[in-house]
Design a protein around this ligand. Structure first.
Ligand SMILES: Nc1nc2c(c(=O)[nH]1)N[C@H]1C(S)=C(S)[C@@H](COP(=O)(O)O)O[C@H]1N2
Ligand SMILES: [Mo]
Length: 258
C-alpha cells in the first residue's frame, strides 16, 4: 500500500528554519513505510538544527559556486573490489539498501530512491585531506539527524558507526574494511549529511557511490564513502581494532577537527 504525503505539511516545516531543507519529490508516491515516518519527522529536524546551532554547533564555512574545484579528486579507494559491489553498481544501485540499526528503537532500511525522496540539504564545502590537498565540492544529501531521529535512539546511544563496502586491506578478520564513527553531536549537526550527489550529479563511484558521509567540521578520512550500514552504538571498542575508524586503528586521531 502506498500513501500520499500532504505537501503542505512539509513546506511549512521547511520554511520555518533558516537553512531550510529542500524537499525532494514530495508529490511522488511514498512506497516505503520508513520514508513516510521520516517525512513526518522532517519538521522536528528543523527545530533540532536550530537547537544545535544555539548550543554551540558552529557551522563549517560554505563557499559559492564560483569557488568549486574544477575536479573533485578521488582518494583512498576509488572503486571497491569484489563482485558484490560490482553487481550493485551495474544496476545503478537499484538493489542497494542502507540499513540503520544497533541502538535504535526501529531499524531503517532505505533504498537510494527512498533517500532521494526525503528532505535534502545542499552545501558547498572544502574537503581537507591529511595528505595535503583540498577540494571544494557541492554535496547534496539527507541530514543524518533526520534519519536517526526517525529510527529513535536508545538511551545509551552515543556514536554512529559507518560501515563501508570497501576492503582497504585484505584481512581474515575483517579489520581491513573501511569504517568510521562520529558522536551524536556531529551526527545531529545540520551540515552532517549522507550525500548522494556531488556538484549536481549522482555521486561518482570514485567519490563513494551510492552514498557517503559529509561531516564538515572534520578532516577527509572521516568522510566515509560506499556506505552500507550505519550502526548506533554505546562504544566502538568492540568494532575492528577498537579505535573508531580504519585510519584511527592505524594511528590517526578519532576527532579530526579542522
Ligand atoms: N570507504 C572509504 N571511505 C573513505 C576513504 C576510503 O578509502 N574508503 N578514504 C578517505 C579519505 S583519506 C579521504 S581524503 C576521502 C576522499 O574522498 P574523495 O575520494 O571523494 O576525494 O574519503 C575518505 N573516505
Ligand atoms: Mo584523506
Amino acid at each position: 500500500m502506498s500513501t500520499r504525503i500532504p505537501r503542505r505539511r512539509f513546506l511549512a516545516g521547511a520554511a520555518a528554519g533558516a537553512g531550510a531543507l529542500a524537499l525532494g519529490g514530495c508529490d511522488r508516491l511514498v512506497q516505503n513505510a520508513d520514508v513516510e515516518r521520516i517525512l513526518r519527522l522532517a519538521e522536528r529536524l528543523t527545530m533540532g538544527a536550530q537547537r544545535a546551532l544555539l548550543s554551540g554547533g558552529a557551522l563549517a564555512r560554505e563557499y559559492s559556486e564560483a569557488e568549486l574545484s574544477p575536479v573533485f579528486r578521488s582518494n583512498g579507494t576509488s572503486r571497491p573490489a569484489g563482485e558484490a559491489y560490482a553487481a550493485l553498481a551495474e544496476t545503478g544501485f537499484a538493489d542497494w539498501r542502507l540499513s540503520i540499526d544497533g541502538l535504535v528503537q526501529r531499524p531503517l532500511s532505505l533504498s537510494l530512491a527512498d533517500l532521494k525522496q526525503l528532505p535534502s540539504r545542499t552545501q558547498i564545502t572544502r574537503h581537507d585531506c591529511v595528505e595535503g590537498w583540498s577540494a571544494i565540492g557541492k554535496w547534496t544529501g539527507v541530514p543524518l539527524g533526520l534519519l536517526l531521529q526517525t529510527a529513535g535512539l536508545a538511551a545509551n546511544a552515543r556514536y554512529a558507526v559507518f560501515h563501508c563496502a570497501d576492503e582497504y586491506e585484505r584481512s581474515a578478520d575483517g579489520s581491513g574494511r573501511y569504517y568510521e564513527s562520529i558522536d551524536l553531536v556531529d551526527a545531529f549537526h545540520p551540515q552532517t549529511i549522507l550525500a548522494y550527489a556531488l556538484n549536481g550529479q549522482d555521486l561518482p563511484v570514485a567519490n563513494g557511490a551510492p552514498l557517503r558521509l559529509r561531516v564538515e567540521r572534520q578532516l577527509g578520512y572521516k568522510q566515509a564513502k560506499y556506505l552500507m550500514r550505519i550502526e548506533v552504538v554505546e562504544s566502538f571498542a568492540h568494532i575492528s581494532r577498537g579505535r573508531g575508524g580504519f585510519w584511527e586503528d592505524r594511528g590517526y586521531e578519532w576527532y579530526a577537527g579542522i
